[in-house]
Design a protein around this ligand. Structure first.
Ligand SMILES: [Zn+2]
Length: 306
């Protein structure tokens, strides 16, 4: 009997050290081991088979690795999109930040630019009258119509943000105009970095060195531009026509800001209108060449609205 017990117990030790997890032979051996254990030594507690422990540990490691990879992917995409939107507002070259972001996820902000107190005091009566007339174009209705035009043309979300007051030193009292290149540089430092592009809108007249006046100004691929409606009321048949002109200025300058150059086709809003009469003649939409240029510059899913 002692010999039988000794012989029966020997396989128990060898089974623990040589088992292959998952094999039929192992299951059979395990059943034998369990029955022998009970028969040979009833007082010995049952233990979890080593092969099962190994399987559970292995499965735990695999699950932890899958969870870590999943978290890294989700987190990386979320951060990548945020990073993309942030950087895209500052730089034109974006190939390395490519992610399939819809254009509707990116926001253009219209920022009303107000006169400072010293500039207001320096504005002479003829200028005051002209500014008051022009101000009617960029009231709440004019701004919401401009925002709608931006969305129709570019498929970008567009909203009006809180107004900013232009520093008085940018107003040239002798010319009764703001120097727009200085206003633009200031706006670049003031605009919301979360905005895809920012359009500063104002009802005062603007100029830059070398020009008597300008309708607007932008830097190619920059994150900000300026559009004035001061001259839009001149010889206009109606407020609606004056607003149409100004919407063309807004979408034209925004086009430059997005990377569009002038289009020689007068059916494009990106045609170079050098006067109000030329502005009245040119188209208000984007042509296929303009859209192709935007698609090549910005690797996003453009939501064109035809
Ligand atoms: Zn232009």
């Amino acid at each position: 009997m002692e010999l039988k017990q000794r012989l029966d117990l020997q396989p128990i030790a060898s089974a623990d050290s040589e088992r292959c997890p998952g094999s039929n032979a192992d299951s059979r051996n395990q059943g034998e081991v369990d029955s022998r254990n009970q028969a040979g030594n009833a007082a010995k507690p049952r233990r979890m088979p080593a092969w099962l422990k190994r399987v559970l540990v292995f499965a735990g490691i695999v699950i932890a690795m899958l969870a870590a990879v999943g978290a890294a992917l989700v987190g990386g995409i979320a951060w990548g999109e945020r990073d993309y939107a942030k950087r895209h507002a500052l730089f034109l070259s974006t190939d390395e930040y490519y992610l399939p972001v819809d254009s509707t996820m990116l926001t253009v902000q219209l920022v009303p630019l107000k006169m400072g107190p010293a500039a207001q005091a320096a504005l002479l009566p003829p200028g005051q009258a002209a500014c008051e007339q022009a101000a009617a174009l960029i009231d709440a209705t004019g701004l919401s119509e401009a925002a709608r035009r931006v969305t129709e043309l570019y498929g970008l979300d567009c909203e009006t943000s809180a107004p900013l007051t232009i520093p008085d030193e940018f107003f040239d009292a002798g010319r009764q105009q703001y120097r727009v290149d200085q206003v633009l540089n200031w706006l670049i430092g003031e605009c919301d970095p979360a905005a895809f592009r920012t359009v500063g809108v104002l009802n005062e007249d603007i100029y830059a060195p070398g020009f008597n006046f300008l309708f607007g100004q932008s830097t190619l691929g920059g994150n900000c531009c300026v559009a004035s409606c001061a001259r839009m009321v001149m010889n206009a048949d109606s407020v609606m026509q004056a607003r149409e002109r100004w919407h063309s200025i807004v979408t034209h300058e925004l086009g430059h800001s997005l990377g569009l150059t002038h289009n020689e086709d007068w059916n494009s809003v990106m045609a170079f209108g050098n006067s109000l009469s030329e502005l009245d003649q040119q188209g208000i939409g984007l042509l296929a060449a303009d859209r192709q240029r935007l698609e090549s510059v910005h690797p996003i899913r453009w939501q064109w609205q035809d």
